[in-house]
Design a protein around this ligand. Structure first.
Ligand code: SF4
Length: 473
C-alpha cells in the first residue's frame, strides 16, 4: 500500500487485550498487523491490576519496541495504538495510548477516528479549569471522564461519550477493566475476538489472525463493552443510528486479509474491479494494479474483461523510513523510490493501470509517466472508486478540498493533468453494490461523504447539544 506517498492516510489503529499472561507481546504482534494504519508513532500500556505502565515512541512498531522495551511491560492486560499524525499534529506527547495517572485511578485511552466537536468541548473544559497536555482530540474524553461526578466509571463513560460527535473507536484501560466504545454511526472498523480465555479488540481482524484469536463479532454503533475479570458485558450509551462505515476502509485502508462486518476486503476489492469492467470498456493488452491496495481490484477487472493480469509495477519494500513522512515534498520524492515498472511486461503494450483512488494526482502522473518511459504505448487509468471531491472530517488526512484534484477539475482535465490516454472512475452506486453490504440502512451502511458531500454527522457543530450541559456548563 502506498499510503505514505499519496496523502490519503488513515489516522490510527487500536488494539486491546484483557486477561492474558503476556499482553505486551500480543499487543506488539497486533500492532504489526495494524502498522499500515499509522507509521509515525506506536505505544502499549499494560496493567497488572495495581497501576498502568506505558512504552511509547515515534516511529514504526519495530523501532519503538526494541532493546528489551517489551519486557518492561508486565501485567495481565493491555491496550495499544499505532498513529499517523493528522489531528493534533505529530510529537511524542500525542503518541497514544494517552496515559493519565491520578490518585483517584489511572486511565489510558487509544482512539481511532476524529471527534469533530473536540475544539468546542476543549474550549469549554479549559474555561472551567482543565489543562490539556496534548493537542490531540482524544484528550477531551479523558477530561470529560474526570470531570463527571457520576458514581461509577461506566456511567461516567456513557455520559462522556454522549457528548462526542464524529468518528471514534475507543479502547480505555483502567486498573479494573477495559472499556470499548464505537461511535453511534460505527464509522471506524472495530472487532471483538477471543484468544483462549482473553478478550481481544482490534481495528482490523487481521490482528486476530496474527495472534491466533477467533473473531467473535463487530462492535456495534453506539455500543459500550465493559470487559473485566467477570467477562464481557455489552451496554449501549446511545441509540444506534444508521451505520456509516468509512467506505475507504473497503476501497483502500484495510488489509486485504481483514473482514469488516463479515465482508473480506480482498474479495470486496475484486468485486469493485469486476464492477468497473461492467461500467467501462477499454481495448488493452495487459492489466496491472498499483501495489498493494489496488492489486485485488486489478485481478477482478482482469477476470471480468479477459485482459491478462500482469505484474507491471513492483514495490520496493525496503525503502527507509525517511520516505514515510506527512510532507508533500517527501511524498513526491518517495514515489520513484517506492515503485518500479516491469519493463518487459509493459513495453509495447496498451496498459490498464488500476488504482484505488486519486487524491492530488501527483502520484498518478508519476506512475503513468513511469509506465510510458518503460515503453507502454498507451496507459489507461482505471479507478476502483468514484472521484474524491470532498474533505473528510473523520480521521482521514484529506482536510481540504483544495488538495483534491477531482474537486477542482473535470475528469477530462484530470486525464490531461496526469498524462493518461483515458481515465475512468467507478460510479457511487456501482461501488456500494460491489462491496456488498446488506441493504436496509441508508447507503447500505456506508459513509460516502468524500464522494457525495453528504456527511453522516454534523461536521461543524456550533450550537450546544442539549445534553452537553450535563458536563460542560
Ligand atoms: S468521508 Fe470518506 S474517507 Fe472520510 S470517513 Fe467518510 S468515506 Fe471514509
Amino acid at each position: 500500500m502506498l499510503t505514505e506517498l499519496r496523502g490519503l492516510n488513515e489516522e490510527c489503529g487500536v488494539f486491546g487485550i484483557w486477561g492474558h499472561s503476556n499482553p505486551a507481546a500480543m499487543s506488539y504482534y497486533g500492532l504489526h498487523a495494524l502498522q499500515h494504519r499509522g507509521q509515525e508513532g506506536a505505544g502499549i500500556v499494560v496493567t497488572d491490576g495495581k497501576s498502568l505502565r506505558a512504552v511509547k515512541g515515534e516511529g514504526l512498531v519495530n523501532d519503538v519496541f526494541n532493546n528489551g522495551k517489551l519486557e518492561q511491560l508486565e501485567g495481565h492486560s493491555a491496550i495499544a495504538h499505532v498513529r499517523y499524525a493528522t489531528a493534533g499534529g505529530s510529537g511524542i506527547e500525542n503518541v497514544q495510548p494517552l496515559l493519565f495517572n491520578s490518585t483517584t485511578g489511572s486511565l489510558a485511552i487509544a482512539h481511532n477516528g476524529n471527534i469533530v466537536n473536540a475544539t468546542r468541548l476543549k474550549r469549554n473544559l479549559e474555561q472551567q479549569g482543565s489543562i490539556f497536555q496534548t493537542t490531540s482530540d482524544t484528550e477531551v474524553l479523558a477530561h470529560l471522564l474526570k470531570k463527571s461526578r457520576l458514581p461509577s466509571f461506566e456511567e461516567r463513560a456513557k455520559q462522556s461519550l454522549r457528548l462526542l460527535e464524529g468518528a471514534f473507536a475507543f479502547i480505555i484501560l483502567t486498573e479494573d477493566g477495559m472499556l470499548v466504545a464505537q461511535d453511534p454511526q460505527g464509522m471506524r472498523p472495530l472487532s471483538l475476538g477471543m484468544l483462549d480465555n482473553a478478550w481481544v479488540v482490534a481495528s482490523e481482524t487481521s490482528a486476530f489472525d496474527l495472534i491466533g484469536a477467533e473473531l467473535v463479532r463487530s462492535i456495534e454503533p453506539g455500543e459500550l463493552l465493559i470487559i473485566n475479570d467477570n467477562g464481557c458485558r455489552s451496554e449501549r450509551y446511545m441509540e444506534k443510528r444508521d451505520r456509516a462505515i468509512c467506505t475507504m476502509e473497503y476501497v483502500y485502508f484495510s488489509r486485504p486479509d481483514s473482514d469488516i462486518d463479515g465482508i473480506n476486503i480482498h474479495s470486496a476489492r475484486k468485486r469493485l474491479g469486476k464492477q468497473l469492467a461492467k461500467e467501462i470498456f477499454i481495448a488493452a493488452d495487459v492489466v496491472t494494479g498499483v501495489p498493494d491496495s489496488s492489486i485485488s481490484a486489478a485481478i477482478g477487472f482482469s477476470e471480468a474483461t479477459g485482459i491478462p493480469y500482469e505484474l507491471g509495477l513492483i514495490k520496493n519494500r525496503y525503502v527507509g523510513r525517511t520516505f514515510i513522512q506527512p510532507s508533500q515534498d517527501l511524498r513526491e520524492r518517495g514515489v520513484k523510490m517506492k515503485l518500479s515498472p516491469v519493463r518487459q511486461v509493459v513495453k509495447g503494450k496498451r496498459v490498464v493501470m488500476v488504482d484505488d483512488s486519486i487524491v492530488r494526482g501527483t502520484t498518478s502522473k508519476r506512475i503513468v509517466n513511469m509506465l510510458k518511459e518503460a515503453g507502454a504505448t498507451e496507459v489507461h487509468v482505471v479507478i476502483s472508486s468514484p472521484p474524491l471531491k470532498n474533505p473528510c472530517f473523520y480521521g482521514i488526512d484529506i482536510s481540504s478540498d483544495s488538495e483534491l484534484i477531482a474537486a477542482n477539475n473535470t475528469i477530462e482535465e484530470m486525464r490531461v493533468l496526469i498524462g493518461a490516454d483515458s481515465l475512468s472512475f467507478l460510479s457511487v452506486e456501482g461501488m456500494v453494490k460491489a462491496i456488498g453490504r446488506p441493504e436496509g440502512e441508508k447507503n447500505c451502511g456506508h459513509c460516502l461523504a468524500c464522494f457525495t458531500g453528504e456527511y453522516p454527522t454534523d461536521i461543524f457543530p456550533d450550537t450546544k447539544l442539549p445534553h452537553e450541559k450535563e458536563l460542560v456548563r
